[in-house]
Design a protein around this ligand. Structure first.
Ligand code: GLN
Ligand code: ZN
Length: 753
């Protein structure tokens, strides 16, 4: 059975009109029953298969059935039985979201993307009971609708590498479970199955050598099964280049092998196509993941063809696919009516990428029009003065090379700021946002639709800010915030106000479960036409004698949560965004703002998958942050905020940000992280004492305990008291009493100092 010539690794599951999101949320809210949920999602899957066939994926097995209600890792874990649950819908959602009796599985980032997967909890010696019905019914429903789809699961090595704890003693039993699933699929007449092993491209807690060993262990067993008893296996390695594993893959000879040859991957490993061509023998059907599955730029078809030619050496037939699932990009450009026309011509979302794949398969002769369009996009993009802004380029070029450092040193700044701000011991503050009430959302929607005038909208937001300031005064917090009611999202807000970005109308991408984001696109040199936050900050400050923090999202986070340029290094965009924010810092200072927070919750997210690429990343990321604060007056207290508790890999970088105050998530880990922190950190620090991810009111006593635990590692004159993160997802019913308890806890501890 031949592998299809043109295929994709996966397609957005959420639905062009976010049908899956609606179905999930309606089911969770009891607005629809399980049957309606199943029939709605069945229609969505079949519509998707029909749509993909209309787009030209007509060969048998060209369409992957990468189906999941909530998450692909959970889906695989339930199918192979690493997690018990079978086909029970409510059990599945309890694992994903928790219920009265169980806490949800932990969620974390899928490789270096903004998608979050659920982390399976495993135990040595546990039972593994496969549930093949989960996948058989997908094959069956597709067949009834006239499609021969390719079931797609996460592979055994990756599934264990991503579970908690990492327990490779389960690998043999797990491989047997996969074998059972494969046998069931063969029984149902399936000829090709896709198993993704992206763990092979990343330095996770398991080393590259160890992973190569596990790859050999599991896959030699699966491949040893006679093909009369199992489907052909399509092993995929999205998200980067394999290293040690490549020779094992060459020796294993799976029936088909996918490699990621996206520009993004070849940027850091230009030699990869050649290594693949040299290592993978002719018996293996090579599938070139040549179209970028995670960025939105139209492919340069000529350059992509050259890469394909490296694999085609010796006349070998190579199939063409995406580098990763298309789940990371929006469905289609057709849903965008308001993009600037030049920018629109440079873009390619999921559906447009499928056309690119077909053009590459057809070749230049047969697909002249597509190649001509690609040439035009490449040319106009290189020449565009919409992208290239010489004033910005000059300014970046004039920056000092290498390390930049704010003067004077922290100790001196601390003294100056101490006098200027006059804060009490253990000062209290919050991280920025206050609850995004239905009223705020409605005002924003009404403003967008024109039902509210600009002036009315501004009035509504001012009223909100006033209420938030009054509440904080009454509660007795020391450093106040304006509550961020004007921000739909901490990145999109800035992207909409900066030149060099465009926002989409319908470019929804699944973040986790039913949650979607609409990442902005950085398409050109970034600059700031006018101040972005100053009016709100000034208004908020006018309402109080206490310092009100100016709130900025940092350059690394703005970049991490956007689609990035592929024509300049990330560091260039980061420097440009940093300079725009630096101007905002001086404007805030000029408006009388004494404390400015620059949030960088995504600093760890952009960390490269390969350890040897991390130091260079951290260098430019830290530098970009420092550029924002470089010219700040010594009196201005610069805060930063990061929200995850595993700091291990980046703790030096966080210290290197050289902020005056760093607030971090710490409540859940009970301040454990502070043990590492004190040796590296010299600045002030606000480990969160309230876990805002959970919908409860923390008591004064528990926060007293956490503050005391923090004082065991942090000297009194450097400790702040604050929640773990912003409060936008909470309600006032929890926020008000929680903050009162937080201030009471500080008072109690401070009284005993
Ligand atoms: N200032 C932001 C807020 O409070 C920070 C959000 C975040 O860390 N993700 O909402
Ligand atoms: Zn946070």
């Amino acid at each position: 059975m031949n592998f299809p010539k043109a295929t994709i690794e996966g397609y957005p599951r959420i639905g062009a009109n976010r049908e899956l999101k609606r179905a999930l949320e309606s089911y969770w809210a009891d607005r629809i029953d399980a049957d309606t949920f199943r029939s709605t999602t069945h229609s969505l899957r079949v519509d998707t298969y029909n749509h993909l066939r209309d787009l030209g994926l007509t060969e048998d097995y060209a369409i992957p059935a990468d189906v999941a209600y909530y998450d692909q890792v959970l889906e695989t874990a339930l199918t192979v039985g690493l997690i018990p649950g079978g086909t029970d819908l409510d059990e599945e959602f309890a694992l994903a979201r928790g219920n009265d009796t169980r806490v949800p599985l932990e969620m974390t980032k899928w490789f270096d993307t903004n998608y979050h997967y659920l982390v399976p909890e495993v135990a040595a010696g546990q039972e593994i009971t496969p549930a093949p019905e989960r996948i058989l019914r997908l094959v069956e429903e597709a067949r009834e609708a006239g499609h021969v789809v390719r079931p797609a699961l996460v592979g055994p090595v990756t599934l264990l590498a991503l579970s908690k704890p990492v327990e490779f003693s389960l690998l043999d039993a797990l491989t047997d479970a996969y074998a059972e699933i494969l046998a069931a699929l063969k029984g149902a007449g399936v000829e090709w199955v896709q198993l993704a092993e992206p763990a092979l491209v990343a330095d996770l807690s398991t080393t590259d050598e160890e992973l190569a060993g596990y790859l050999e262990q599991a896959w030699s067993k699966l491949l040893a099964i006679d093909t009369a008893e199992r489907p052909n296996l399509y092993l995929t390695t999205p998200y980067g280049a394999t290293r040690k594993a490549l020779s094992v893959l060459g020796a294993l000879e799976p029936e088909a092998l996918h490699v990621d040859l996206s520009p993004w991957t070849l940027d850091s490993d230009a030699d990869y196509p050649k290594r693949v061509a040299d290592t993978i023998g002719p018996k293996v059907q090579l599938v070139a993941g040549i179209i970028d599955g995670r960025n939105v730029w139209a492919a340069n078809l000529r350059e992509r063809t050259e890469v394909l030619e490296v694999l085609r050496a010796g006349g070998r037939e190579v199939a063409v696919s995406t580098s990763t699932s298309l789940q990371h990009v929006p469905h289609t450009l057709n849903a965008e009516k308001n993009l600037p026309i030049d920018v629109a011509n440079w873009l390619s979302f999921a559906d447009e990428k499928i056309a690119e794949i077909q053009a590459l398969v057809a070749g230049e002769e047969a697909a002249q029009e597509a190649f001509a369009r690609s040439d035009r996009a490449v040319r106009t993009r290189t020449e565009s003065d919409h992208i290239h802004n010489s004033a910005v380029a000059d300014r970046v070029a004039q920056l000092p090379a290498g390390e930049v450092k704010r003067a004077p040193e922290f100790a001196e700044r601390k003294r100056i700021q101490g006098e200027a701000l006059g804060l009490p011991d253990l000062p209290t503050t919050t991280i920025g946002s206050f609850p995004q009430t239905t009223e705020i959302r409605k005002a924003r929607a009404d403003h967008k639709s024109g039902a509210l005038t600009d002036a009315e909208y501004t009035e509504a937001l001012k009223k909100e800010i006033k209420g938030v300031i009054e509440m904080q005064e009454e509660i007795g917090l020391d450093v106040l915030v304006h509550g961020e009611p004007e921000r739909n999202d901490m990145v999109q807000y800035f992207a909409e106000l900066l030149d060099g970005f465009v926002a989409t109308e319908n470019g929804w991408v699944q973040s986790y479960g039913s949650r979607c984001t609409r990442p902005p696109i950085v398409f050109g040199d970034v600059s700031r036409p006018e101040p972005m936050t100053v009016e709100w900050a000034k208004y908020a400050q006018s309402l109080s004698d206490k310092p009100v923090k100016g709130m900025l999202t940092g350059p690394v986070t703005i970049l991490a949560w956007s689609f990035k340029r592929d024509d300049v290094p990330l560091s260039v965009s980061a420097d440009q965004i940093a300079l725009a924010l630096a101007d905002e810092v001086s404007d805030l200072e000029a408006a009388g703002i004494k404390v400015i927070q620059i949030d960088e919750p995504a600093l760890r997210e952009l960390l490269p998958l390969r350890a040897d690429e991390r130091p260079a990343y951290l260098d430019w990321a830290v530098r970009a942050f420092r550029l924002v604060a470089l010219e700040a007056q010594p009196e201005t207290q610069i805060h930063t905020h990061l929200c995850y508790s595993e700091f291990g890999q980046i703790i030096d970088a966080v210290a290197g940000l050289d902020a005056d105050v760093t607030s971090i998530e710490a409540a859940r880990s009970k301040m454990e992280l502070l043990e590492d922190i004190d040796e590296t950190f010299h600045s002030e620090i606000g480990p969160g004492v309230w876990d805002i991810h959970s919908p409860r009111v923390p008591s004064t006593e528990e926060m007293v305990e956490l503050i005391r635990a923090a004082l065991a590692n942090v000297p009194t004159d450097r400790l702040w008291v604050n929640p773990d993160c912003g409060l936008k997802t909470r309600g006032y019913a929890e926020v008000e009493p929680s903050l009162k308890n937080l201030v009471a806890a500080r008072d109690e501890v401070a009284a005993g100092l």
